[in-house]
Design a protein around this ligand. Structure first.
Ligand SMILES: Cc1cc2nc3c(=O)[nH]c(=O)nc-3n(C[C@H](O)[C@H](O)[C@H](O)COP(=O)(O)O)c2cc1C
Length: 378
């Protein structure tokens, strides 16, 4: 199965299933000489870890990362960095009723039609657990970006119809406190009062054996202007691919994308100004920091929208496959341990996929001008 790798200059390949012995990532193309140890990666994995609050699955995983290659005496060597996370809390018996029956909202039927064989224990490669490997790789990208003065943060912007108002989200790029608040509550929202309302909604959904969706807001600060490409490798196209590749993401918005479709051009264009020193700025940021697929130096603003967790503990209509290949209608009640909402655990996944994409685009840009090449080789 091709398609487990992402990136051009720095490439991440993830491997493993949620109910196999382990899963992991190989990050290739990472520059040599970066100080890196497991704790740099672990702090990101801990933010995605299941079983840490009432709004996540009861599956308890250590999610401890083991670094197998690419590091010598605490520094990256420029060779592939292989990272492994062992699965320690599989309850594969919970999935016994799924051998021939397809879960609604999951990829089971599609896997069966494509491959004719599937790991029915917990979704295999489509499991949310696969994203642990992306987070491990993204943490390395984040470390590199931070050394370049680029920071990336994401928070929960909405759970169901409980939304953090746009001014609060907009203030985050200048407001460390808002980021800290989001890290301190179980729904990862930058406002404690709104977080409490969202937590109550998730609790209600759980009691009603249901789930709920929501959205993540992510911003990139310190991105220089001129990064990205104008056609197939547009920066917004690359970011969209990165975010759509996360399980349960059903929409991605750059800047004020959806609102822009309802506006007039005169109101949507971001006026350009320069000061006496020649510094360029934009009076508004409807574009989300990207024009023509290339960064304009302003804050990059992204929203990723997640559907409700597909596994709900209610009887659902579905089909089962008979040994002769025919289908019949049936009813399924899902067992196992599931997140009543995906968003809070996916916040760090969005951050890490954004980091991998931005770093790849920066590396791509090195060859965009002769003067860049002369600086390195001339
Ligand atoms: C961090 C994360 C955790 C997830 N946890 C669950 C879960 O506990 N139960 C579940 O049914 N789906 C979960 N999912 C969603 C499934 O992976 C995904 O919805 C499913 O494979 C179908 O793919 P699609 O929604 O992208 O079409 C999770 C996704 C992510 C990103």
């Amino acid at each position: 199965m091709a398609g487990s790798s992402f990136g051009k200059n720095i490439t991440v390949t993830t491997w493993g299933e949620s109910h196999g012995p382990a899963l992991g990532a190989v990050l290739d193309g990472c520059p040599a000489g970066i100080s890196l140890d497991a704790s740099d990666i672990q702090k990101f994995l801990d933010r995605r870890k299941p079983g840490t609050s009432a709004v996540t699955t009861a599956r308890k995983e250590d999610d401890s990362v083991e670094l197998l290659s690419g590091i010598f005496e605490g520094k990256t060597t420029g060779t592939p960095i292989s990272m492994m996370i062992r699965n320690t809390s599989q309850h594969s018996g919970d999935y016994g009723n799924l051998v021939n029956t397809f879960r609604p909202g999951h990829a089971d039927y599609c896997f069966d039609t494509k491959f004719g064989i599937r790991d029915y224990r917990g979704g295999g490669r489509s499991s949310g657990r696969e994203t642990a490997a992306r987070v491990a790789a993204g943490a390395v990208a984040m470390k590199i970006l931070n050394e370049l003065g680029i920071t990336i943060h994401a928070v929960t912007a909405s759970i169901g119809d409980i939304a953090v108002p746009t001014p609060i989200l907009d203030a985050l790029s200048e407001n460390e406190e808002g980021i800290n608040i989001s890290l301190s509550n179980s729904v990862v929202m930058p406002d404690s009062n709104i977080a409490s309302v969202a937590e109550a909604l998730i609790k209600k959904c759980r009691e009603e054996k249901d789930s709920i969706g929501g959205s993540v807001y992510c911003f990139v600060k310190g991105m220089p202007a001129g990064i990205g490409d104008p056609v197939f490798d547009k920066l917004d196209a690359k970011l969209s691919q990165a975010l759509f590749s996360i399980g349960a993401v059903k929409a991605v918005e750059i800047g004020n994308g959806i609102e822009a479709s309802k506006k007039r051009g005169s109101k949507n264009n971001d006026p350009i100004r320069c000061d006496s020193t020649g510094k360029v700025s934009f009076s508004t940021n409807n574009s989300g920091g990207i024009l023509g697929g290339i960064s304009n130096g302003d804050l990059i603003k992204i929203h990723a929208y997640f559907k409700p967790t597909p596994s709900v503990y209610r009887p659902q209509d579905t089909i089962k496959k008979n040994p002769d290949g025919s289908y019949e209608n049936t009813e399924l009640e899902i067992e196992g341990r599931h997140d009543p909402v995906i968003v809070p655990r996916a916040v760090v996944v969005v951050e890490c996929m954004t980091a991998l994409t931005v770093l790849d685009a920066l590396l791509d840009n090195i060859g965009s001008r002769m003067e860049h090449l002369k600086k390195i080789y001339g």
